[in-house]
Structure formats: structure tokens, C-alpha cells
Write a protein that binds this ligand. Structure first.
Ligand SMILES: Cc1ncc(COP(=O)(O)O)c(C=O)c1O
Length: 392
């Protein structure tokens, strides 16, 4: 007998603002914010509009400090080592732009990294003469030990930085970043970890991982409003990180206890309500027993991967294990134009799911979140059977 669920999933689904006419299987792209968290977000916006001057003078500092403290507890780090940013791209542009790279320096990375950040690296490499090294991680990715050994073998005396995703965007697999950070530390190499998909998805303990730099999005899997992400920088490296936007915190007239916070926290007038709502997002997941939600989603995804690969006959890209993927998985599809498949899925079947080309193969990336159930997967499988049956 399967264990009786302690969660009312129908009630949980009703907490989301998503259009019920759409089968939404793309949580990974921009998340989806539940109603109680969205209410908190809008309450902060209303507080600001009620008395903008008093808000900025008196409410901003305690509110942002509270939001950093709650996030710090959640991801196990000193809240003073965290700054909120709207997205991981901005957070990492801040860090990358500050690096003193010289011609011949190397950034060791993989060929599974997020396109916007690859572009960021390429841009700064063109400016500095440094080299971005995309070390291949071949599919199937079925052994962390082998991946680690192959990746670490790419280190050479020119390697100054390791840049790697904890959970990749296109292939949706989990890389062993804790072990990579430890090897990098032994070799005196800086680690910059892209954890965009990690917070609220899989456990994140920065005190255990000990990266030099880590970024994560709160608006994806942590249920926070869009435009809420963070940058963590190890204390000893903080003085090396220049502000991306120079504002009042540089040569501040009223410096706080932390130059890191002064430099990065205030970037001119903007709406910070998404950051202030992060504690509500953490509370939402806690009060809904998120570990159980997450396990159920993962198990449904295991089943989904199997059903899709039964249709296509294609090999799965990693083992059925929570240490290889979480609530998001990429599965090979037949060699059909991905734009055509994605458009057909949306227009004819009302299914929102990304289909794309990665290294000459077509993939579908399925995300399963609290609001999804077996019916959503049944619809996707039926649609894929019809589409691939027609085209192959
Ligand atoms: C692995 C990874 N890194 C970084 C990002 C950050 O994206 P953005 O800064 O555009 O929100 C994403 C977004 O999907 C991602 O998948």
C-alpha cells in the first residue's frame, strides 16, 4: 500500500495563479508564485506606495536585512555574505566583471552551462584575453565519480576559475559541485557556482559546500516572486567584488558594518518587493511539507521519463536517482524540428513545455511542481504519441 499523502494536493494546486486552461510543465524557466507569497509581494508594494519616502528611510533596511537573514538560515550561510539581485545573470556579471583576468588565464567549465552566462564569460574573455574552456560532459551522465575525474583532469596551471552549474539548464542534471569545490580549494582555484535551479528544489548548504561564489534564483523553485535571486560571496573575497552599478554605497557617507552590502545592495531606485517576499516563500514551502511535495514530484518525473523513452526508444540521459535530477528532467525526442514540436504542443494541446536542440539532438525538458499531477503527464504522453507518430 502506498503511504497516505499528508498533503491535500488539490488544495495546493488551487494556491497557484496559473491559467487552468494550460497544462504547465515548465516551472524551470520562470517558476510560478503561489497566492500567499504573491499577496506578501503586493503588500510590500502597497507599503511602498503608501509613503515612499518613509518606506525608503525607515522600512527598507530592516526589511532587506530580515529577507537576508531568513534566506541565510535557509541556505546555511552568514546573511552578511548574501546580497539580493534580480537574477543570476546580473549577480554573476557583477563577479565576473570584477575578476582581474589576464591573457592566457583559463576558466574551466562544462559544455552544459547556461547560454547567457557563457556569453558573459566570452565577452570578458574577449576583453581580457582569457580563455573559457568548455570541457565536455558526455551523455549518458551516469557516474559522478567519472564526471568528477574527467572534469578535474581539465585543471592546469593556467586555470584561475572553475565555473559550473549545480543543476544544469538544458540537460537538467545535478553535478557534484561540493566535491569539485573541495578539489578546487586544494588547487587554489576560485569556484563560481551557478545554482539558479537549486534553492527550494534540492538541499542547499553553503557552509558544507564552501564555494567561493554561489548564485541562486528564488523565483524558480523557492516559490518567490519573479526578480528575486541572490549572490553569495565568501567573506575573504568580498573586497575584490566591484559594484556593477556605482551608487550611494560606494564611498558611502553612512557606511554600514559591511562594504559588501553597501556596494551591492542599493543600485538606485527600484522595486525591491520581490526580495522582501522571500521569507513568505520560505514559510510557504515549510508549511506545506515541501520535502514530501518534492519527493512526489520527483517520483512522477521518474515515471514520465520512462513513459517518454518508451515512446521514442531513446536512452535516458542519467540514472533514476534524486542525486542525478530533481523535479526537472530532459528527455531525448526523435529528430523533429523542436520549434515545431513545442508550437504544436502549445497551440494544439495547450501544453507549455520547452523543446530544444542541444548538441544535435532534440530534447524535451519536463518540470513537475506541486500543481502538477498524473493527468498532466497523461496529456503530454498522449500528445507526444500523436506528434511523433505523425512525423516519424
Ligand atoms: C543554469 C541557469 N543559470 C542561470 C540562469 C539565470 O537566468 P536569468 O539570469 O536570465 O534569470 C538560468 C535560468 O534559467 C539557468 O537555468
Amino acid at each position: 500500500m502506498p503511504p497516505t499523502p499528508t498533503i491535500d494536493y488539490r488544495a495546493l494546486k488551487a494556491e497557484y495563479l496559473l491559467d487552468p486552461a494550460i497544462t504547465y510543465l515548465n516551472h524551470g524557466s520562470f517558476g510560478a508564485c503561489p497566492k500567499p507569497v504573491f499577496r506578501s509581494y503586493q503588500l510590500w508594494q502597497r507599503k511602498l506606495e503608501l509613503e515612499p519616502v518613509q518606506f525608503v528611510d525607515k522600512i527598507f533596511k530592516p526589511a532587506i536585512s530580515e529577507a537576508r537573514c531568513e534566506l541565510g538560515k535557509f541556505i546555511h550561510c552568514d546573511p552578511d555574505d548574501l546580497v539580493y539581485f534580480p537574477n543570476p545573470t546580473t549577480a554573476l556579471n557583477t563577479v565576473i566583471r570584477s575578476l582581474k583576468l589576464t591573457p592566457g588565464d583559463e576558466i574551466l567549465s562544462t559544455d552544459h552551462e547556461y547560454g547567457a552566462l557563457e556569453r558573459t564569460w566570452k565577452y570578458y574573455c574577449q576583453k581580457t584575453g582569457a580563455k573559457f574552456v568548455r570541457r565536455p560532459v558526455h551523455l549518458p551522465y551516469d557516474s559522478k565519480e567519472k564526471m568528477m575525474a574527467d572534469f578535474i583532469a581539465g585543471i592546469n596551471p593556467k586555470t584561475k576559475v572553475i565555473f559550473i552549474s549545480e543543476m544544469t539548464s538544458m540537460t537538467a542534471v545535478i553535478f557534484p559541485v561540493k566535491e569539485i569545490c573541495s578539489k578546487a580549494k586544494e588547487a587554489g582555484i576560485m569556484t563560481i557556482i551557478d545554482g539558479a535551479h537549486v534553492p527550494g528544489h534540492i538541499n542547499l548548504d553553503l557552509s558544507d559546500m564552501q564555494p567561493d561564489v554561489y548564485t541562486g534564483a528564488c523565483h524558480k523553485w523557492l516559490s518567490a516572486p519573479k526578480g528575486s535571486s541572490f549572490l553569495y560571496v565568501k567573506k575573504s573575497l568580498q573586497p575584490q567584488i566591484d559594484p556593477l552599478v556605482i551608487s550611494w554605497g560606494w564611498e558611502s557617507d553612512f557606511p554600514s558594518h559591511s562594504q559588501f552590502l553597501d556596494y551591492h545592495q542599493w543600485q538606485g531606485t527600484r522595486d525591491l518587493s520581490a526580495f522582501f517576499a522571500v521569507p513568505a516563500a520560505i514559510a510557504f514551502q515549510k508549511s506545506n511539507n515541501w520535502q514530501e511535495v518534492s519527493s512526489r514530484c520527483h517520483n512522477l518525473l521518474v515515471e514520465t521519463r520512462r513513459r517518454i523513452s518508451n515512446i521514442t526508444g531513446a536512452e535516458l540521459i542519467c540514472p533514476d536517482s534524486k542525486s542525478f535530477f530533481g523535479q526537472m528532467a530532459s528527455i531525448r525526442l526523435p529528430d523533429i524540428d523542436p520549434v515545431k514540436i513545442q508550437t504544436t504542443l502549445f497551440q494544439e494541446y495547450k501544453i507549455e513545455v520547452p523543446v530544444f536542440r542541444w548538441k544535435d539532438e532534440t530534447f524535451i525538458r519536463v518540470s513537475i511542481q506541486a500543481y502538477n499531477d498524473e493527468n498532466d503527464v497523461d496529456k503530454l504522453i498522449e500528445a507526444l504519441k500523436q506528434i511523433t507518430g505523425k512525423q516519424t
